[in-house]
Design a protein around this ligand. Structure first.
Ligand code: ZN
Length: 426
């Protein structure tokens, strides 16, 4: 089962998927009666199981793993300063980083997350530890050392000391990660968000992106506070300010982006950037629902993100379910005495699943997310819930929804990245 587009869910019956030694899919076809029992397979899945593309998490803060599910009754600015920055600052300790990241990466794989776009901390050493953990456990990843140096929005004890050092450390971290020599783990340039960075740092990272062609991620128009702070500083929206600094590029991953104007959305589509839609985190911090349906229909690249730990669940299956929920609230409205919702805002389970797989992969420029010749074989196999396996006549979308909801309670049976079995042994 895979989503080949935002509206296209497909189940290939009795499929044979051939993968080469590099993990690239070379053939996908349905077996006919003529094939008989002659086909020799390395892996043959049992009836009642379903193979799906592995999940792509397009926004996750690795050093926030220990605070999963904490402080979600606070507004964003207080949550950052009271809980998050003090925790992230502790990742100056490389031993702590190794302990946390070697716990987190296998846990994410066990939930079916085969690719992650990570925010690390400001620390170059801990960022390399994170990249190394991904290599060791076999997860595909983009790993970004966080740049943040603005004295007004970051504490003195947790920031780059100046712009020169912010840009040099980001460049150094790119070199560190490239030196691992992994085909699956790559760097990503990561200004935390505009309020946390000086103009010099933003401009320097824009130049670094142009020089290296390394893709960029950041937060964009996440809340009334962030959106307002950028407008007050530059007199333009977050999107346009990022564009001015050369940070809005092909495959730039913008987290949240709940407060985009029509011009912002047009510009994001034009340059090939896109949005990491974090429906659960947005419900706590973003002060708005991201109108996924409208932006996807207009051609925007959109993936799903857990935003650990702004989002309290590391499960992309939970984000798929929640993306549908919040889209229905946007559609129908949430205030019985107030304005009603927006028409045509709700999305289908297929669209949410597409964002979690192919949509996210295309956003971050990863060659996965769909079972198609030329794509890499990152996949999970799940048990179809017993209530439906063996029942004929169910639509693919009903089967998908049952599987997604069962994945909130259980885990995939097996997980592959690049054709290699990376199922954590627990
Ligand atoms: Zn975030």
């Amino acid at each position: 089962m895979h989503a080949t587009g935002p509206q296209h869910l497909s189940v290939i019956g009795d499929a044979l998927i051939e993968v080469d030694d590099a993990g690239v899919i070379v053939d996908v076809r349905s077996l006919g009666p003529a094939d008989g029992d002659e086909v020799a397979c390395d892996v043959r899945l049992k009836p009642g199981t379903m193979l799906m593309p592995g999940f792509v998490d397009t926004h996750l803060h690795a050093p926030q793993w220990p605070q999963l599910g904490s402080g979600l009754d606070l507004p964003l600015e207080r949550w950052l300063h009271e809980l998050t920055f003090p925790l992230e600052a502790r990742f100056a300790n490389v031993g702590l980083a190794a302990t946390v990241y070697n716990d987190m990466v296998p846990e994410l794989l066990s939930l079916g997350t085969t690719s992650v776009v990570y925010h690390s901390s400001v620390h170059r050493e801990a960022t390399l530890v994170l990249a190394d953990a991904c290599v060791r456990h076999g997860q595909r990843a983009l790993v970004g050392r966080v740049a943040m140096d603005h004295p007004d929005a970051t504490p003195e004890w947790y920031r780059d000391c100046d712009a020169a050092s912010a840009v040099a450390s980001s460049a150094g971290s790119i070199d560190d990660i490239m030196a691992l020599g992994s085909s699956r783990v790559a760097p990503i340039i990561t200004p935390r968000f505009i309020p946390a960075c000086t103009d010099e740092t933003l401009a320097g990272l824009g130049r670094l992106a142009a020089e290296t062609d390394v893709i960029v991620q950041t937060h964009c128009s996440e809340s009334d506070w962030q959106h307002g702070a950028v407008f007050e500083r530059f007199g333009v929206t977050d999107t346009m300010a990022l564009d001015g600094f050369g940070l809005l590029r092909d495959h730039t991953v913008l987290a949240h982006a709940t407060h985009l104007t029509a011009d912002d959305a047009d510009r994001i589509i034009e340059v090939g950037s896109g949005v990491a839609h974090c429906p659960m985190s947005n419900s706590y911090f973003a002060n708005a629902v991201f109108p996924a349906r409208r932006h996807i229909a207009a051609g925007m690249r959109v993936g799903l993100g857990t935003d650990v730990a702004g989002g309290p669940s590391p499960s992309i299956a939970e984000q798929v379910a929640h993306a549908v929920t919040v889209s229905r609230m946007l559609h129908d409205g949430v205030d019985p005495g107030g304005a009603s919702g927006r028409d045509a805002a709700s999305i289908s389970m297929t669209t949410a699943f597409w964002m979690a797989t192919l949509g996210g992969a295309d956003l971050a420029g990863l060659p996965v997310g769909v079972f198609k010749r030329g794509r890499h074989f990152d996949a999970i196999v799940v048990d179809e819930p017993t209530a439906i396996s063996g029942v004929d006549g169910l639509t693919a979308e009903v089967r998908l929804e049952r599987i997604i909801r069962s994945l909130v309670r259980s885990r995939p049976r097996r997980v592959w990245v690049d054709g290699v079995d990376v199922t954590p042994h627990r």
